[in-house]
Design a protein around this ligand. Structure first.
Ligand SMILES: C[S@@+](CC[C@H](N)C(=O)[O-])C[C@H]1O[C@@H](n2cnc3c(N)ncnc32)[C@H](O)[C@@H]1O
Ligand SMILES: [Zn+2]
Length: 289
């Protein structure tokens, strides 16, 4: 079975999760090739095993290099290990109380490694991961690397998912749309949002912003917006450092939008360091509807 057929079978098994992004009606997998709604709106599975369910063309600034660097940093450098462990604990705690198959959506999943790592950490047969991102490059990489989850290109503000279909929504360092999240979450479902704190990747920020500009980032607005929308079950702060070697620093520079406007000489100075301690400083917000 090729990637496309394998992915079509997986979606077929969980097809009740989907609704047509155009007419909102239910969908079916046809001939292991397409996802088609009752009004015949058709979305084809790509060869690599993902589905593009966007109804408009989008130009993303996130490209192949960025997602490859993100994957290296998440998987090889394991920079976010503690984040994955904490989120896996939240999943374990939640799954204790439910007796059905569980669906975890990663909204703005990028190249999918966070979702995969969290699922690996939990290792339950009774849960399925679904990853959604606006960037085709990210989803393409996710589908190539991680075949046990469902991957689709889509807009998190207008997902092709049915009402009350997801048990948990992960939203890691990505934009959010809380109205949409509330529509697709089951009653009692959880949103797990990861937002940067002031010192997140501060070493990179220091090169980027020098003395003249703002070096820090405040997440107060993101946190209070979240608190206005959900009952805050828990808020965790994770602050730690990890030493990265030269190759890992190179990946770090390429994975972060922070480095998009970095001067070439600053980029070089940064990656030329043999070893450098890098700070991860994040809030994990867990909300319930
Ligand atoms: C900083 S990246 C984080 C990606 C991933 N969560 C990670 O931490 O590696 C932000 C992601 O949000 C995605 N994104 C931005 N707007 C989006 C939207 N409206 N719908 C879906 N994804 C979106 C981008 O394509 C990008 O992959
Ligand atoms: Zn339709």
């Amino acid at each position: 079975m090729n990637n496309k057929e394998q992915s079509a079978r997986l979606v077929h098994k969980h097809v009740h999760m989907f609704r047509c992004p155009l007419c909102k009606e239910s969908m079916q997998v046809v001939e292991l090739k397409s996802l088609i709604c009752v009004n015949k709106h058709t979305f084809d599975f790509a060869r690599q095993g993902y589905i593009n369910m966007l109804t408009r063309t989008v130009k993303s600034q996130y490209d192949k290099t960025l997602f490859e660097a993100r994957q290296q940093t998440i998987v090889e450098s394991d920079l976010f290990r503690q984040v994955h462990k904490e989120i896996a604990n939240v999943v374990e705690e939640y799954i204790k109380d439910i007796n059905k198959h569980m669906y975890i959506l990663d909204a703005g999943c990028g190249e999918g490694s966070h979702l995969q790592r969290i699922l690996d950490e939990c290792n339950h047969k009774t849960m399925t991961g679904i990853g959604l991102d606006l960037s085709k490059e990210g989803i393409l990489q996710a589908a190539k690397n991680y075949k046990e989850s469902i991957w689709f290109v889509g807009d998190l503000a207008a997902t092709p998912l049915a009402e009350k279909s997801c048990d948990m929504i992960l939203n890691i360092l990505s934009p959010a749309n809380y109205e949409e999240f509330k529509r697709i979450l089951v009653t009692g479902g959880l949103v797990v949002k990861v937002v940067p704190r002031t010192n997140y990747l501060k070493e990179l920020r220091e090169v980027r912003f020098k003395e003249t500009e703002k070096k820090t980032y405040q997440n107060d607005d993101a946190v209070s917006l979240f608190n206005n929308q959900f009952d805050l079950v828990k808020q965790m702060t994770l602050s730690y450092t990890k030493v990265l070697n030269r190759l890992e620093l190179e990946n770090l520079v390429h994975m972060s939008p922070l480095a998009w406007n970095l001067q070439e000489e600053d980029r070089e100075t940064f990656v030329k360091q043999e070893d450098q301690e890098i700070t991860v400083d994040l809030d994990i917000l867990i909300g319930k509807i």
